[in-house]
Design a protein around this ligand. Structure first.
Ligand code: ZN
Length: 412
Protein backbone atom coordinates (compact mmCIF):
# COMPACT_ATOMS: atom_id res chain seq x y z
CA UNK A 1 0.00 0.00 0.00
CA UNK A 2 2.74 2.40 0.98
CA UNK A 3 4.73 1.89 -2.19
CA UNK A 4 1.61 2.35 -4.30
CA UNK A 5 0.79 5.56 -2.47
CA UNK A 6 4.30 6.83 -2.96
CA UNK A 7 4.34 6.15 -6.71
CA UNK A 8 0.98 7.83 -7.10
CA UNK A 9 2.21 10.82 -5.17
CA UNK A 10 5.39 11.11 -7.28
CA UNK A 11 3.39 11.02 -10.51
CA UNK A 12 0.95 13.57 -9.15
CA UNK A 13 3.73 15.96 -8.15
CA UNK A 14 5.24 15.71 -11.63
CA UNK A 15 1.83 16.38 -13.15
CA UNK A 16 1.31 19.30 -10.80
CA UNK A 17 4.61 20.86 -11.86
CA UNK A 18 3.70 20.47 -15.55
CA UNK A 19 0.29 22.00 -14.90
CA UNK A 20 1.81 24.86 -12.90
CA UNK A 21 4.33 25.56 -15.66
CA UNK A 22 1.43 25.85 -18.08
CA UNK A 23 -0.36 28.23 -15.70
CA UNK A 24 2.72 30.47 -15.45
CA UNK A 25 3.32 30.47 -19.22
CA UNK A 26 -0.31 31.25 -19.92
CA UNK A 27 -0.38 34.05 -17.37
CA UNK A 28 2.73 35.67 -18.81
CA UNK A 29 1.41 35.24 -22.37
CA UNK A 30 -1.81 37.06 -21.48
CA UNK A 31 -0.47 39.66 -19.04
CA UNK A 32 3.17 40.34 -19.97
CA UNK A 33 5.11 42.22 -18.86
CA UNK A 34 4.44 41.07 -15.32
CA UNK A 35 6.50 40.39 -12.23
CA UNK A 36 6.92 37.14 -10.31
CA UNK A 37 4.81 38.69 -7.54
CA UNK A 38 2.02 39.45 -10.07
CA UNK A 39 2.11 35.85 -11.28
CA UNK A 40 1.87 34.56 -7.72
CA UNK A 41 -0.92 36.98 -6.77
CA UNK A 42 -3.00 36.37 -9.87
CA UNK A 43 -2.58 32.59 -10.22
CA UNK A 44 -2.81 31.66 -6.56
CA UNK A 45 0.52 29.80 -6.73
CA UNK A 46 2.83 30.53 -3.81
CA UNK A 47 5.85 32.78 -4.36
CA UNK A 48 8.46 30.07 -3.83
CA UNK A 49 6.77 27.85 -6.44
CA UNK A 50 6.53 30.72 -8.92
CA UNK A 51 10.16 31.64 -8.32
CA UNK A 52 11.30 28.05 -8.93
CA UNK A 53 9.15 27.62 -12.06
CA UNK A 54 10.20 30.99 -13.50
CA UNK A 55 13.87 30.15 -12.92
CA UNK A 56 13.46 26.90 -14.81
CA UNK A 57 11.49 28.54 -17.63
CA UNK A 58 14.12 31.27 -18.02
CA UNK A 59 16.89 28.69 -18.09
CA UNK A 60 15.07 26.75 -20.83
CA UNK A 61 14.55 29.89 -22.91
CA UNK A 62 10.76 30.02 -22.52
CA UNK A 63 10.63 33.20 -20.42
CA UNK A 64 13.01 36.12 -20.14
CA UNK A 65 13.43 39.13 -17.92
CA UNK A 66 12.94 42.40 -19.75
CA UNK A 67 14.94 44.47 -17.30
CA UNK A 68 11.98 46.80 -17.05
CA UNK A 69 10.95 47.68 -13.55
CA UNK A 70 7.60 48.52 -12.14
CA UNK A 71 7.83 51.47 -9.78
CA UNK A 72 5.48 50.63 -7.02
CA UNK A 73 5.66 51.55 -3.43
CA UNK A 74 8.39 49.29 -2.21
CA UNK A 75 10.99 47.45 -4.23
CA UNK A 76 10.99 47.66 -8.02
CA UNK A 77 10.38 44.27 -9.65
CA UNK A 78 11.99 42.57 -12.63
CA UNK A 79 9.38 42.05 -15.34
CA UNK A 80 8.85 38.83 -17.28
CA UNK A 81 7.83 38.27 -20.89
CA UNK A 82 7.57 35.16 -23.06
CA UNK A 83 10.83 34.41 -24.79
CA UNK A 84 10.02 34.21 -28.47
CA UNK A 85 13.55 33.59 -29.60
CA UNK A 86 14.36 29.95 -29.22
CA UNK A 87 11.43 27.71 -30.19
CA UNK A 88 9.38 27.66 -33.35
CA UNK A 89 6.35 25.74 -34.61
CA UNK A 90 5.77 25.11 -38.30
CA UNK A 91 2.32 24.93 -39.88
CA UNK A 92 1.57 23.87 -43.43
CA UNK A 93 -1.70 24.01 -45.29
CA UNK A 94 -2.94 22.43 -48.49
CA UNK A 95 -4.99 25.17 -50.16
CA UNK A 96 -7.08 25.05 -53.33
CA UNK A 97 -4.26 26.29 -55.55
CA UNK A 98 -1.29 26.69 -53.21
CA UNK A 99 0.73 25.23 -50.37
CA UNK A 100 1.47 27.55 -47.46
CA UNK A 101 4.00 27.31 -44.65
CA UNK A 102 4.02 29.53 -41.56
CA UNK A 103 6.65 29.58 -38.83
CA UNK A 104 5.59 31.14 -35.53
CA UNK A 105 7.34 31.40 -32.20
CA UNK A 106 5.98 30.92 -28.73
CA UNK A 107 5.04 34.57 -28.35
CA UNK A 108 2.83 34.20 -31.44
CA UNK A 109 5.05 36.20 -33.77
CA UNK A 110 5.00 35.00 -37.38
CA UNK A 111 8.57 34.57 -38.52
CA UNK A 112 7.77 33.62 -42.09
CA UNK A 113 4.80 32.95 -44.39
CA UNK A 114 5.72 31.32 -47.69
CA UNK A 115 3.38 30.22 -50.46
CA UNK A 116 3.94 28.18 -53.57
CA UNK A 117 1.47 27.62 -56.36
CA UNK A 118 0.22 24.03 -56.30
CA UNK A 119 -2.75 22.35 -57.97
CA UNK A 120 -3.76 20.28 -54.96
CA UNK A 121 -6.94 18.85 -56.50
CA UNK A 122 -5.06 17.09 -59.29
CA UNK A 123 -1.54 16.58 -57.93
CA UNK A 124 -2.18 13.34 -56.03
CA UNK A 125 -0.77 12.31 -52.66
CA UNK A 126 2.79 11.42 -53.72
CA UNK A 127 3.51 14.73 -55.41
CA UNK A 128 1.79 16.59 -52.57
CA UNK A 129 3.96 14.87 -49.94
CA UNK A 130 7.08 15.69 -51.96
CA UNK A 131 6.08 19.35 -52.29
CA UNK A 132 5.08 19.67 -48.61
CA UNK A 133 8.38 18.09 -47.54
CA UNK A 134 10.38 20.45 -49.77
CA UNK A 135 8.59 23.46 -48.34
CA UNK A 136 9.01 22.18 -44.77
CA UNK A 137 12.73 21.54 -45.33
CA UNK A 138 13.28 25.08 -46.65
CA UNK A 139 11.41 26.61 -43.71
CA UNK A 140 13.25 24.39 -41.23
CA UNK A 141 16.64 25.36 -42.57
CA UNK A 142 15.72 29.05 -42.48
CA UNK A 143 14.54 28.74 -38.87
CA UNK A 144 17.44 26.61 -37.62
CA UNK A 145 19.90 28.81 -39.54
CA UNK A 146 18.69 31.68 -37.37
CA UNK A 147 19.61 29.66 -34.27
CA UNK A 148 16.08 28.54 -33.42
CA UNK A 149 14.73 25.06 -32.70
CA UNK A 150 11.71 23.60 -34.50
CA UNK A 151 9.44 21.96 -31.92
CA UNK A 152 6.99 20.43 -34.34
CA UNK A 153 5.16 20.63 -37.62
CA UNK A 154 1.42 20.29 -38.27
CA UNK A 155 -0.24 20.05 -41.69
CA UNK A 156 -3.82 21.16 -42.31
CA UNK A 157 -5.79 19.04 -44.78
CA UNK A 158 -9.23 19.73 -46.31
CA UNK A 159 -10.73 16.33 -45.48
CA UNK A 160 -11.05 13.64 -42.84
CA UNK A 161 -8.03 13.07 -40.58
CA UNK A 162 -7.79 10.17 -38.12
CA UNK A 163 -5.92 9.95 -34.83
CA UNK A 164 -2.77 8.63 -36.58
CA UNK A 165 -2.58 11.59 -38.94
CA UNK A 166 -3.85 9.53 -41.87
CA UNK A 167 -6.43 10.85 -44.31
CA UNK A 168 -9.12 8.21 -44.92
CA UNK A 169 -10.99 10.48 -47.32
CA UNK A 170 -10.50 13.97 -48.76
CA UNK A 171 -12.92 14.47 -51.66
CA UNK A 172 -11.50 17.94 -52.42
CA UNK A 173 -8.08 16.37 -53.08
CA UNK A 174 -9.36 13.10 -54.55
CA UNK A 175 -7.54 11.22 -51.75
CA UNK A 176 -8.57 7.99 -50.10
CA UNK A 177 -6.55 6.18 -47.44
CA UNK A 178 -3.40 8.35 -47.43
CA UNK A 179 -1.11 7.84 -44.39
CA UNK A 180 -0.03 11.47 -44.65
CA UNK A 181 1.81 11.94 -41.34
CA UNK A 182 3.81 8.73 -41.84
CA UNK A 183 4.63 9.56 -45.48
CA UNK A 184 5.69 13.06 -44.56
CA UNK A 185 7.90 11.81 -41.71
CA UNK A 186 9.56 9.44 -44.18
CA UNK A 187 10.00 12.21 -46.77
CA UNK A 188 11.60 14.42 -44.11
CA UNK A 189 13.80 11.47 -43.03
CA UNK A 190 12.52 11.39 -39.43
CA UNK A 191 13.22 15.07 -38.75
CA UNK A 192 13.68 14.91 -34.95
CA UNK A 193 10.47 16.80 -34.18
CA UNK A 194 6.85 15.60 -34.18
CA UNK A 195 4.97 15.74 -37.48
CA UNK A 196 1.20 15.99 -37.07
CA UNK A 197 -1.79 16.26 -39.38
CA UNK A 198 -5.16 17.82 -38.60
CA UNK A 199 -8.08 19.17 -40.59
CA UNK A 200 -7.51 22.66 -41.95
CA UNK A 201 -10.75 23.68 -40.22
CA UNK A 202 -9.58 22.55 -36.77
CA UNK A 203 -6.29 24.40 -37.25
CA UNK A 204 -8.05 27.53 -38.51
CA UNK A 205 -10.39 27.70 -35.53
CA UNK A 206 -7.39 27.20 -33.23
CA UNK A 207 -5.73 30.17 -34.93
CA UNK A 208 -8.92 32.22 -34.47
CA UNK A 209 -9.04 31.25 -30.83
CA UNK A 210 -5.49 32.46 -30.29
CA UNK A 211 -4.85 35.24 -32.80
CA UNK A 212 -8.19 36.45 -34.21
CA UNK A 213 -10.43 39.30 -33.05
CA UNK A 214 -12.70 36.74 -31.31
CA UNK A 215 -9.80 35.13 -29.45
CA UNK A 216 -10.93 33.50 -26.25
CA UNK A 217 -14.57 33.14 -27.42
CA UNK A 218 -15.79 29.93 -25.79
CA UNK A 219 -18.30 29.04 -28.51
CA UNK A 220 -16.71 29.73 -31.86
CA UNK A 221 -16.89 28.18 -35.32
CA UNK A 222 -14.56 28.75 -38.27
CA UNK A 223 -15.75 27.74 -41.74
CA UNK A 224 -12.90 27.27 -44.20
CA UNK A 225 -13.26 28.59 -47.72
CA UNK A 226 -11.48 26.51 -50.34
CA UNK A 227 -12.29 23.51 -52.52
CA UNK A 228 -13.79 22.06 -49.35
CA UNK A 229 -15.83 23.85 -46.73
CA UNK A 230 -15.01 22.48 -43.29
CA UNK A 231 -16.12 23.58 -39.84
CA UNK A 232 -13.73 23.93 -36.92
CA UNK A 233 -16.02 23.70 -33.90
CA UNK A 234 -15.18 25.10 -30.47
CA UNK A 235 -17.88 24.57 -27.87
CA UNK A 236 -17.46 25.53 -24.23
CA UNK A 237 -13.84 26.43 -24.99
CA UNK A 238 -13.04 22.93 -26.33
CA UNK A 239 -12.40 21.76 -29.88
CA UNK A 240 -15.08 19.23 -30.86
CA UNK A 241 -13.51 16.37 -32.78
CA UNK A 242 -16.17 13.70 -32.41
CA UNK A 243 -15.60 10.01 -31.72
CA UNK A 244 -13.12 9.30 -34.51
CA UNK A 245 -12.02 12.86 -35.23
CA UNK A 246 -14.33 13.30 -38.19
CA UNK A 247 -16.63 16.05 -36.85
CA UNK A 248 -17.11 19.28 -38.76
CA UNK A 249 -17.72 18.03 -42.33
CA UNK A 250 -20.36 20.65 -42.96
CA UNK A 251 -19.29 20.90 -46.61
CA UNK A 252 -21.22 17.72 -47.31
CA UNK A 253 -24.42 18.85 -45.67
CA UNK A 254 -27.08 18.91 -48.40
CA UNK A 255 -28.32 22.48 -48.81
CA UNK A 256 -30.26 21.88 -52.01
CA UNK A 257 -32.31 18.89 -50.92
CA UNK A 258 -35.67 20.48 -51.70
CA UNK A 259 -36.90 20.78 -55.24
CA UNK A 260 -36.29 18.57 -58.25
CA UNK A 261 -32.68 17.62 -59.05
CA UNK A 262 -31.17 19.41 -62.02
CA UNK A 263 -27.67 20.14 -63.27
CA UNK A 264 -27.69 23.76 -62.15
CA UNK A 265 -29.85 23.66 -59.04
CA UNK A 266 -28.43 20.43 -57.61
CA UNK A 267 -24.76 20.29 -58.62
CA UNK A 268 -22.57 17.23 -58.22
CA UNK A 269 -20.13 17.21 -55.32
CA UNK A 270 -16.68 15.63 -55.32
CA UNK A 271 -17.96 13.25 -52.63
CA UNK A 272 -20.27 11.63 -55.20
CA UNK A 273 -23.53 13.05 -53.83
CA UNK A 274 -25.46 16.09 -55.05
CA UNK A 275 -26.44 19.44 -53.56
CA UNK A 276 -23.72 19.56 -50.88
CA UNK A 277 -22.64 22.94 -49.47
CA UNK A 278 -19.15 22.43 -50.95
CA UNK A 279 -20.71 21.94 -54.41
CA UNK A 280 -22.35 25.37 -54.03
CA UNK A 281 -19.96 27.45 -51.93
CA UNK A 282 -16.56 25.82 -52.56
CA UNK A 283 -14.18 28.14 -54.40
CA UNK A 284 -14.46 26.24 -57.69
CA UNK A 285 -18.27 26.19 -57.45
CA UNK A 286 -18.41 29.94 -56.77
CA UNK A 287 -16.21 30.69 -59.78
CA UNK A 288 -18.29 28.37 -62.01
CA UNK A 289 -21.57 29.85 -60.82
CA UNK A 290 -20.61 33.54 -60.90
CA UNK A 291 -18.09 33.64 -63.77
CA UNK A 292 -19.40 31.19 -66.36
CA UNK A 293 -16.74 32.39 -68.83
CA UNK A 294 -13.81 31.61 -66.50
CA UNK A 295 -13.33 28.05 -67.82
CA UNK A 296 -13.43 29.07 -71.49
CA UNK A 297 -9.68 28.61 -71.88
CA UNK A 298 -9.56 25.36 -69.93
CA UNK A 299 -10.18 24.39 -66.33
CA UNK A 300 -9.44 27.03 -63.70
CA UNK A 301 -6.47 26.01 -61.52
CA UNK A 302 -5.54 29.41 -60.10
CA UNK A 303 -8.50 30.71 -58.11
CA UNK A 304 -7.20 33.93 -56.57
CA UNK A 305 -7.39 36.04 -59.79
CA UNK A 306 -10.92 34.78 -60.46
CA UNK A 307 -12.08 35.59 -56.92
CA UNK A 308 -10.52 39.05 -57.28
CA UNK A 309 -12.39 39.49 -60.58
CA UNK A 310 -15.66 38.53 -58.84
CA UNK A 311 -14.85 41.00 -56.06
CA UNK A 312 -14.22 43.81 -58.57
CA UNK A 313 -17.43 43.08 -60.49
CA UNK A 314 -19.51 42.94 -57.30
CA UNK A 315 -17.98 46.22 -56.15
CA UNK A 316 -18.85 47.79 -59.49
CA UNK A 317 -22.47 46.73 -58.99
CA UNK A 318 -22.62 43.95 -61.62
CA UNK A 319 -26.14 42.59 -61.14
CA UNK A 320 -25.73 38.95 -62.26
CA UNK A 321 -22.58 38.63 -60.10
CA UNK A 322 -24.30 40.13 -57.08
CA UNK A 323 -27.38 37.93 -57.59
CA UNK A 324 -25.16 34.84 -57.83
CA UNK A 325 -23.35 35.74 -54.63
CA UNK A 326 -26.64 36.43 -52.83
CA UNK A 327 -27.92 32.98 -53.81
CA UNK A 328 -24.70 31.33 -52.62
CA UNK A 329 -24.91 33.38 -49.42
CA UNK A 330 -28.42 32.04 -48.78
CA UNK A 331 -27.20 28.46 -49.15
CA UNK A 332 -24.26 29.19 -46.87
CA UNK A 333 -26.73 30.63 -44.36
CA UNK A 334 -28.82 27.45 -44.61
CA UNK A 335 -25.79 25.39 -43.54
CA UNK A 336 -24.85 27.86 -40.80
CA UNK A 337 -28.40 27.71 -39.42
CA UNK A 338 -27.91 23.98 -38.79
CA UNK A 339 -24.73 24.76 -36.84
CA UNK A 340 -26.53 27.45 -34.90
CA UNK A 341 -29.40 25.15 -33.95
CA UNK A 342 -26.99 22.39 -32.90
CA UNK A 343 -24.23 24.35 -31.15
CA UNK A 344 -25.53 27.85 -30.39
CA UNK A 345 -22.17 29.50 -31.16
CA UNK A 346 -21.45 33.11 -30.26
CA UNK A 347 -19.52 33.73 -33.47
CA UNK A 348 -19.22 31.94 -36.81
CA UNK A 349 -16.19 33.13 -38.77
CA UNK A 350 -15.79 32.39 -42.48
CA UNK A 351 -12.35 32.18 -44.09
CA UNK A 352 -10.70 31.98 -47.53
CA UNK A 353 -12.79 33.18 -50.50
CA UNK A 354 -15.87 33.28 -48.24
CA UNK A 355 -14.12 36.07 -46.29
CA UNK A 356 -12.99 37.87 -49.46
CA UNK A 357 -16.55 37.85 -50.80
CA UNK A 358 -18.18 38.43 -47.39
CA UNK A 359 -19.71 41.86 -48.21
CA UNK A 360 -21.96 40.16 -50.81
CA UNK A 361 -22.37 36.70 -49.26
CA UNK A 362 -22.95 37.42 -45.60
CA UNK A 363 -26.00 39.75 -45.68
CA UNK A 364 -28.03 36.99 -47.41
CA UNK A 365 -26.47 34.35 -45.16
CA UNK A 366 -27.38 36.27 -42.00
CA UNK A 367 -30.97 36.70 -43.20
CA UNK A 368 -31.20 32.98 -43.89
CA UNK A 369 -29.78 32.13 -40.44
CA UNK A 370 -32.33 34.44 -38.80
CA UNK A 371 -35.18 32.90 -40.81
CA UNK A 372 -34.20 29.26 -40.21
CA UNK A 373 -33.06 29.10 -36.59
CA UNK A 374 -35.35 28.57 -33.67
CA UNK A 375 -33.51 30.67 -31.09
CA UNK A 376 -34.43 34.37 -30.84
CA UNK A 377 -32.41 36.57 -33.24
CA UNK A 378 -29.27 38.36 -32.14
CA UNK A 379 -27.58 35.27 -30.73
CA UNK A 380 -24.93 34.53 -33.33
CA UNK A 381 -22.56 36.80 -35.25
CA UNK A 382 -21.54 35.70 -38.74
CA UNK A 383 -18.31 37.49 -39.65
CA UNK A 384 -15.39 37.28 -42.11
CA UNK A 385 -12.07 36.05 -40.75
CA UNK A 386 -9.35 38.68 -40.52
CA UNK A 387 -6.51 36.14 -40.39
CA UNK A 388 -6.15 35.92 -44.16
CA UNK A 389 -5.73 32.82 -46.28
CA UNK A 390 -2.95 31.32 -44.14
CA UNK A 391 -5.16 30.82 -41.05
CA UNK A 392 -4.81 27.01 -41.07
CA UNK A 393 -1.02 27.17 -41.44
CA UNK A 394 -0.87 29.65 -38.56
CA UNK A 395 -3.02 27.29 -36.49
CA UNK A 396 -0.66 24.45 -37.43
CA UNK A 397 2.34 26.42 -36.20
CA UNK A 398 0.49 27.16 -32.95
CA UNK A 399 -0.52 23.50 -32.56
CA UNK A 400 3.12 22.47 -32.88
CA UNK A 401 3.90 24.56 -29.78
CA UNK A 402 0.98 23.18 -27.76
CA UNK A 403 2.97 20.65 -25.70
CA UNK A 404 5.27 23.41 -24.43
CA UNK A 405 2.29 25.63 -23.68
CA UNK A 406 0.78 22.70 -21.79
CA UNK A 407 3.83 22.76 -19.52
CA UNK A 408 6.09 20.06 -21.05
CA UNK A 409 9.68 21.20 -21.37
CA UNK A 410 11.21 20.85 -24.83
CA UNK A 411 13.95 18.25 -25.19
CA UNK A 412 17.19 19.91 -24.13
ZN1 ZN B 1 -20.35 16.35 -50.87
Amino acid sequence: MISIDRSVQTADLGDVRVANRAVVLRHVRLHAPCSRADVAARTGLNKATVSSLVGELIERGLLRETGLTENRVGRPATMLVLDGARYVGLGLQIGADELVVVAADLSGERLLTWRRAFAAATAGPEETVRALAALARRATSRVTGAGRTVLGLTVGVPGLVDADGAVPLAPALGWRGVPLAAELRRALREPGFPVGVDTDANLAVSAELRHGPYAGTADLVHLTGGLAVGAGLVSGGRLLRGGRGFAGEIGHLPVLADGPPSATADPACRCGRRGCLAAVAGVDAVVRRVLPDAAQDGPVTDYLPEIERIQALARAGDEPVRAGLTEIGRQLGHAVSVLVDLLDPEVVVVGGHLATLAPWLLPAARAEVAARTLAPPGGVRLEPSTLGSAASALGGATAALATVEAGQLPAA
